[in-house]
Design a protein around this ligand. Structure first.
Ligand SMILES: Nc1ncnc2c1ncn2[C@@H]1O[C@H](COP(=O)(O)OP(=O)(O)OP(=O)(O)O)[C@@H](O)[C@H]1O
Ligand SMILES: [Mg+2]
Length: 373
């Protein structure tokens, strides 16, 4: 006769942790992206997930069952032992946890730690101490990219400002010694450099709006074909030969609701790039296309016959401050173009055009406001 013998309850750390709360939801601690360490009411580690192993480089078998201060010997940035300092089990009974803090693991590795004290009742003894650990690399990367942005901006602003300062100082000190032509030349340089600074600042403001998701799109019906025409007229007026441009506009374009100023900015940047960095004929094509999810949309393609973008750099053209050649400007134009197109719900790609040069193609969805749908 077989009688089911009940096995003694497993009290091994990991299982204890899994058989408790989280399991009710079907969540395995090892599935969590952040390090998770749980200690019981006596301060011994009963859960140490895979991410915690990766962050601390302490093995699960070593950590489980150890007192918290040995499994996770954290120190603050002044070298004080964090568990002694915060004393979760002996400290104030009203505390509910510790906010996220940057602490150090042995060997000086940084880790972001936050803790939650789970109590029987609001001011009762601690039943569980739940600690989450997070690596600092991602945060460091964004900090580094901000620092780089500031350094690049300072550098970009310095050279035109140095020239403005140099020419104005020279003119003020030696006004009588220069001929009218010389003075005019210097003032023209000052004017161009001041324009560069203004443009750079406008670009930086756009970038900060794009990066923080605050770029506002004020939609209204836009006639892209007319906008393309205006831009080309402006290039011709400023001295480009009309033969340089070829416009192909297909009939029966779908409606387009977009921010006309921002679409102007996109067209302006792409055309300026094609004229400045490309060569030969610049072809602009406007045609219907299907935007994401089969929605109707308008596709604009700008291609030229210049050297194009090298294959290995195509992934980088839309990043900020990337410029391919010495002739480049600040390298912000395409980053902003992409930000604007995406803020409209569109997409932009780069490739090689039929004439061998660069080909930029963006697709904007109709974007009709909800009250028209
Ligand atoms: N049509 C093109 N043909 C060849 N290279 C191009 C073309 N368009 C862009 N590029 C390359 O991509 C780089 C980045 O372009 P982007 O518009 O972002 O910056 P930029 O034109 O250098 O400066 P900015 O637009 O900020 O004044 C350019 O420096 C250039 O090397
Ligand atoms: Mg540009």
């Amino acid at each position: 006769m077989a009688v089911g013998t009940s096995r003694p309850a497993e009290t091994h750390g990991a299982l204890l942790c899994q058989s408790d709360g989280p399991d009710a939801l079907g969540i395995d601690p090892d599935d969590l992206p952040d390090g998770l360490v749980v200690a019981d009411e006596t301060g011994r580690v009963i859960c140490f997930n895979n991410a915690a192993v990766r962050i601390t480089t302490v093995s699960k078998a070593d950590a489980l069952g150890l007192p918290l201060d040995r499994a996770l010997p954290l120190e603050d940035l002044k070298g004080r032992r964090w568990w002694t300092l915060t004393d979760p089990y002996g400290g104030l009974a009203t505390r509910v946890g510790q906010p996220e803090r940057n602490l150090l693991l042995p060997g000086g590795r940084e880790v972001l730690v936050s803790a939650r004290y789970v109590r029987e009742c609001p001011t009762g003894p601690i039943r569980r101490l739940v600690i989450s650990l997070r690596g600092t690399e991602a945060r460091r990367r964004t900090e580094r990219s901000h620092a780089e942005l500031i350094a690049t901006v300072a550098h970009e602003l310095r050279s035109p400002l140095t020239s403005v300062k140099g020419f104005t100082a020279t003119l003020l000190a030696k006004w009588e010694r220069f001929t009218d032509d010389q003075k005019r030349l210097m003032l023209e340089t000052v004017d161009a450099d001041a324009n560069r600074v203004t443009r750079l600042i406008a670009e930086l403001l756009d970038i900060s709006r794009i990066d923080s998701g605050r770029l506002e799109v004020r939609r209204q019906p836009v006639d892209v074909a007319a906008a393309v025409g205006r831009h080309i007229q402006a290039h011709i007026a400023s001295g480009q030969s009309p033969d340089r441009f070829l416009i192909r506009i297909q009939r029966q374009l779908p409606d387009l609701w977009a921010d006309p100023d921002k679409i102007d900015q996109v067209l302006g940047n792409l055309l300026e790039n094609a004229v400045r960095h490309g060569e030969g004929t610049v072809t602009i094509e406007v045609a219907p296309a299907s935007a994401k999810d089969d929605e109707k949309g308008t596709a604009v393609t700008v291609s030229d016959e210049g050297p194009g973008i090298p294959e290995e750099s195509m992934g980088r053209v839309f990043t900020r401050f990337w410029r391919g050649s010495k002739r480049g400007g600040t390298g912000l134009g395409l980053y902003i173009v992409k930000g604007i197109v995406e803020a409209h719900g569109g997409t932009i790609t780069v490739g090689r055009g039929p004439g061998g040069g660069a080909e930029f193609r963006f697709i904007l969805p109709v974007g009709a406001p909800a009250y028209l749908a």
